[in-house]
Design a protein around this ligand. Structure first.
Ligand code: GFB
Length: 318
């Protein structure tokens, strides 16, 4: 049974902060099917890390609803290389957008975090209650601390001002609009690119970082966008909500699946000089399920769609 719709987007001015990113652009695509007015602001118009610019823009544009999808993001190596940027940029963006939303009377806001907020050794699947029960994983603790602060801002503004600000944690995402730079990307676009290039070059093998044993749960970004809109309409509460597919896969098996989709039959070379990161990261999405959302597409289908999208996009350099 689906929980009742408690908030309507009909006729509302809805700001998607971070609309050029993978998550924000997916939310814009999803909102196109709703009867609402979508607001976006380019980086040239408003730098979200600047408090005065955010306050001026929100005051002038008066959004009623905010999807806070703007963030500095990256894969395991980017997180480990740029700790200051991952902490500072994300803290500034979320503090500015959440505060300006409260002072300008935004009716509802959804903040998007990440399942890396949970302790490295959290019991699996990870329930929302695992937050702040143990040490974080070292490669992404800077990003995680910023995202935890975002959740706490939503809770604090709800407590002190009665603001209907909610938070959700998507698991590892993939899909259209992803970053394919091998140094800074997440695992799925990296594997797609490596397998494709190895196929084109008729290479005997391709590199996979780490041991291949860590497990990850992957969710297509269009499914995340659908779940985010669902939560906006059907959920209000202090508890942050997990968003996941419920399926996990070892990185070695993921590499094999990507090779199958791409049509590359070479060997996999595991480069153990690269970090593994968290051993397992499976979200317990039962709260979301109980509310009535369960729409994740099968992983192989999503990888096939993403591969086709990348080959046809201007991110593909040939
Ligand atoms: O996706 P990923 O970079 O991020 O890496 P995390 C996931 C796993 O895939 C790690 C392995 O065990 C990597 O070692 N891997 C194998 C690769 N080959 C590759 C490759 O070519 N590129 C990459 N990038 N990985 C990030 C966090 O963690 O995930 C962020 O750092 C955030 O804070 C994000 O939470 C969702 O899942 O380890």
């Amino acid at each position: 049974m689906t929980a009742a719709e408690i908030f309507s987007l009909k006729g509302k001015r809805v700001w998607v902060a971070g609309h050029r990113g993978m998550v924000g652009s997916a939310i814009v695509r999803r909102l196109a099917t709703e009867d609402c007015e979508i607001l976006t602001a380019s980086r040239e118009t408003v730098d979200l890390s600047r408090q005065a610019e955010v306050e001026d823009w929100v005051e002038a544009n008066r959004p009623q609803v905010v999807f806070l999808a703007a963030a500095k993001v990256g894969g395991i190596q980017a997180n480990a290389t740029y700790p200051a940027e991952f902490l500072y940029d994300n803290l500034m963006i979320e503090a500015n957008v959440i505060h300006a939303s409260q002072t300008n009377g935004v009716e509802k806001l959804l903040f998007l975090g990440s399942t890396c907020i949970y302790p490295k050794m959290a019991a699996q699947p990870m329930r929302e209650e695992a937050l702040l029960t143990g040490p974080l994983e070292e490669t992404n603790e800077w990003y995680a601390i910023a995202k935890i602060a975002g959740i706490k801002l939503c809770q604090a503004y709800r407590k002190q001002y009665g603001s209907d600000f909610i938070a959700a944690q998507p698991t590892n995402l993939y899909g259209p609009g992803d970053n394919y730079d091998l140094e800074t990307s997440h695992v799925l676009p990296a594997l797609l690119r490596k397998a494709h290039e190895a196929k084109m070059a008729k290479a005997a093998a391709m590199d996979v970082w780490g041991t291949g044993t860590p497990k990850r749960e992957l969710l297509h970004v269009d499914d995340l966008a659908d779940a985010a809109v669902f939560l906006m309409k059907h959920y209000s509460g202090e508890m942050h909500i997990n968003i996941g597919s419920g399926e996990e896969i070892a990185i070695g098996d993921l590499a094999e699946l990507v090779c199958k989709v791409v049509g590359y039959a070479g060997e996999l070379n595991f480069d153990t000089t690269k970090p593994d990161g968290t051993p397992r990261k499976l979200a317990d999405a039962s709260r979301l399920k109980q509310l009535g959302w369960h729409g994740a597409r099968p992983l192989e289908t999503g990888i096939g769609e993403t591969y086709a999208d990348w080959l046809g996009s201007d991110r593909y350099a040939g």
